[in-house]
Design a protein around this ligand. Structure first.
Ligand code: C2E
Ligand code: MG
Ligand code: MG
Length: 750
């Protein structure tokens, strides 16, 4: 290539001009500093530098490629540009000379203002320093940091600009990379935790002043760990990418979704407080994420749970909102996974209770608070007890007996189930060994215990220590063990069966209820869950037909069947007619302490005559919940006796005329405008103006909540408002009218 160098004469001119400039101008920039030092600030010891030496230094500096110089005339047209830059731009200086200086740089986009400042400062003839500018017309992105100062003729007229530049492309690229890393999750391309945190904080602080709502959803994948463990991490990564795509599809805006890390995602939804709409979206997300995935030819299925919290109702700061969405997520998972759940204030209390229980549970065993109760398992034909199920009990010093349904999940999560399970196995075997006859003992085994390779050893040592015949021990396992890796599950079954013990499938009909694995897993018994049996006595239920099919299959495979939770004689009749072989339930006996068991079995056999209600009482739908009813400016405390999407039955106000309007206050800002449609003394049937929506937990909630600000402003008594919102809002002091109705309590007092 043939570059025409800007000649020495031009450079000399540049240099001379610099020498002419007023000292103010000379101080900045390479040229200025160099010339000033060469003339006046030079230390006495330094050898004298001629202007020719200076020019050579200048030349060396330019040739090193570390920096470049430029100058323009009064019209802003280039009259000098270092050769290295001409080369970079791929154009000889002759071609560039006379072009306007700003043409060297890429024109700014409408939304950028950085590059717009250059024409602006040139026009104002002011100095500028370290402007980051991008080169125009180059294939690769080139960035410079450019400085310049105006210079003037001897009589003070503006004569043009002189300045310097350095290449900052590398730094820019690195910064851009960092920016991207700081903003996006490298795997899914969604926002990362850091960026989402900032976005949420900024949104909440802006919205607080504007009193706008903002919802967040936390999403956690169910069974993701299994995919990762069985198919490997690359497959896990591929799955997460597909999850991200599905989320974008449902939400419609990728800039609202973030991966917080692992298999946790967060969505921010500005100006959304309609719980009907939020519930629908959560439902869509769960359905979409639960469709099968195809990864490298393997098919896999995962699920998702969602926790939702809405500001300002459920928290005003981002920490509070996230903590509450997290509590809701935790509750959604606890409720059986594959669900969504809204935050409500009782979840916080539940979390605190749980924390305290977990602490107490740590030394409950040592303190002797744990014991086993035994419930008879009875032959449905002969009424003779064939064995007992050991049911763990915790006698808490303050709270009395706590249900295993409550503390077993806590033990599983707090890593205490191993010790509790081992204790239960040893204790059950030890006590059963002292029972008369050959009655069996069944012990429940949690999926967490089942996943531990040490389980067979534990069973073996419990048998050895007690001397119990292996054929008298039965382990009860729930269907959820089939969600684990099937090779491990099969191995565990084989090892347990090798010990000579029996296996029972517990709670059949509540979970995945696939008949498929019954054929392969070596069960000796199927236990049909009580909810399934209860459903069977309802008219038009198909449960009876399913139970018959289970019994037929079990008989064909040589398994026994037990119906659990039989309470009434009609259920017992039904179960007998369906040929279920064994029954366990209050109709025969509640779980009893070992001493009671020994007493009853003294004679050898224990035959029980079934007793109980003739028919199962239908589960009462009614409830007892304290809520509020607002009429004019009076707040009545009432009791909610039943609730549906369109109306409720309330109790506590006397003789309300039909057509009266009430605002029903369900708490937490849930207000429903309603009209009395039935009135019976202290009870009123009210119809809601707007239907309630599902709360994701089998309950109902109002679609929207009234912001606490509005409630306070509307004169809602402070005592009925959630704490923390209205330090500055004075309780409205309106003239009070007399209440229109007397309360049921007052009425009784009369
Ligand atoms: P499960 O294994 O399905 O046990 C049957 C449950 O039904 C027991 O509740 C029993 O008391 C109750 N039940 C029995 N007959 C009736 C009836 O006629 N009506 C009604 N309403 N209920 C009846 P429990 O003792 O509260 O145990 C709850 C669950 O806790 C058990 O369900 C089992 O999954 C778990 N569990 C109990 N003991 C242990 C244990 O030692 N280890 C583990 N891992 N889990 C245990
Ligand atoms: Mg059981
Ligand atoms: Mg059960």
């Amino acid at each position: 290539m043939n570059w025409t160098k800007p000649n020495m004469a031009a450079k000399k001119k540049l240099w001379d001009a610099s020498a002419e400039t007023p000292s103010e101008e000379r101080r900045g920039g390479f040229l200025g500093r160099f010339s000033a030092r060469s003339r006046s600030e030079k230390p006495a010891s330094m050898p004298k530098t001629s202007s020719r030496d200076a020019l050579l230094l200048l030349q060396n500096f330019e040739d090193s490629g570390r920096g470049w110089f430029w100058s323009t005339d009064a019209d802003g047209r280039l009259n000098y540009l270092s050769e290295s830059i001409c080369a970079k731009l791929g154009r000889p200086f002759e071609e560039l000379a006379g072009n306007h200086f700003v043409e060297l740089f890429r024109k700014p986009e409408a939304n950028e203002d950085r590059q717009r400042t250059l024409p602006w400062v040139l026009m104002r003839q002011s100095k500028f320093e370290d402007l980051a500018l991008q080169a125009a017309g180059t294939e690769d992105e080139i960035w410079w940091s450019v400085s310049g100062r105006p210079f003037h003729t001897a009589n003070g007229d503006f004569a043009g600009y002189r300045g310097s530049g350095t290449d900052i492309t590398e730094q820019r690229m690195a910064a851009k990379d960092n920016d991207r890393l700081a903003t996006y999750d490298s795997l899914t391309g969604l926002l990362n935790r850091h960026r989402m945190g900032k976005l949420l904080e900024a949104t909440l602080s802006a919205f607080q002043n504007q009193r706008r709502a903002c919802a967040i959803m936390l999403i956690d994948l169910d069974r993701f760990k299994q995919v990762n463990d069985t198919l490997g991490h690359p497959a896990g990564d591929a799955l997460l990418k597909q999850v991200a795509e599905r989320l974008i599809k449902v939400v419609g805006d990728r800039e609202k979704i973030s991966r917080l890390g692992g298999d946790e995602f967060q969505i921010i939804l500005q100006d959304e407080d309609d719980r009907g709409a939020l519930g629908e979206m959560a439902d869509k997300i769960i359905k979409s994420l639960s469709h099968p995935y195809s990864i490298d030819g393997s098919r896999c299925i995962i699920g998702a749970s969602v926790g939702i919290a809405v500001s300002p109702f459920d928290g005003q700061s981002s920490e509070e909102l996230i903590r509450n969405a997290d509590l809701a997520l935790y509750a959604a998972k606890g409720g059986g996974r594959g669900r969504f759940r809204f935050y409500s204030s009782d979840l916080l209390q539940a979390a605190e209770d749980r924390r305290v229980l977990e602490e107490d549970l740590r030394d409950a065993l040592e303190k002797g608070q744990i014991w086993l109760a035994y419930q008879p398992v009875v032959n449905a034909r002969s009424n003779v007890v064939t064995g007992f199920e050991a049911l763990i009990r915790w006698n808490h010093p303050e709270r009395g007996n706590i249900s295993p349904a409550l503390f077993i999940p806590i033990a599983e999560e707090a890593n205490l189930i191993g010790a509790l399970g081992e204790w239960a196995l040893h204790k059950a075997c030890e006590e059963a060994a002292s029972w008369p006859g050959k009655m069996k003992v069944a012990v429940n085994v949690s999926p967490v215990q089942f996943a531990n390779v040490m389980l067979p050893k534990t069973v073996e040592s419990a048998l050895a220590a007690s001397g119990l015949a292996p054929g008298r021990l039965e382990l009860e396992i729930t269907e959820s063990v089939f969600l684990q890796d099937s090779a491990d599950t099969d191995r565990m079954f084989t090892e347990l069966k090798r010990l000579g013990i029996r296996l029972a499938l517990d709670d059949f009909g509540t979970g995945y209820s696939s008949l498929g694995y019954l054929k392969t897993a070596p069960f000796d018994k199927i236990k049909i869950d009580q909810s399934f049996v209860r459903g069977a006595t309802e008219p038009e239920s198909r449960n009876g037909a399913i139970i018959s099919a289970i019994v037929a299959l079990a008989e064909a495979l040589g398994m026994e069947t037990t119906a659990e939770g039989i309470e009434s004689l009609d259920q017992l009749d039904l179960i007998r007619s369906l040929h279920v072989s064994h029954v366990q339930g209050y109709v025969y006996s509640q779980p009893v302490a070992n001493e009671v068991l020994l007493e009853r079995c003294e004679a050898g056999d224990w035959e029980i005559t079934p007793s109980g209600p003739a028919v199962q009482r239908s589960d009462r739908l009614s409830m007892y919940r304290k809520i509020g009813a607002i009429h004019e400016d009076h707040y009545y405390n009432v009791v909610l006796r039943n609730l549906s999407v369109s109306g409720a039955l309330i109790e506590g106000i006397m003789d309300v005329p039909l057509g009266t309007s009430f605002v029903i206050d369900f708490g937490d800002g849930q207000l429903a405008i309603s009209t009395v449609v039935r009135s019976m003394g202290p009870q009123q049937g009210v119809e809601f103006e707007e239907r309630l929506v599902s709360d994701g937990n089998g309950g109902l909630c109002t679609s929207r909540r009234i912001s606490p600000y509005m409630m306070a402003a509307a004169g809602m008594p402070m005592s009925n408002l959630p704490p923390g919102y209205y330090d500055n809002i004075e309780e409205q002091k309106r003239p009070k009218t007399l209440p229109a109705f007397s309360t049921a309590a007052e009425w009784k007092g009369n």
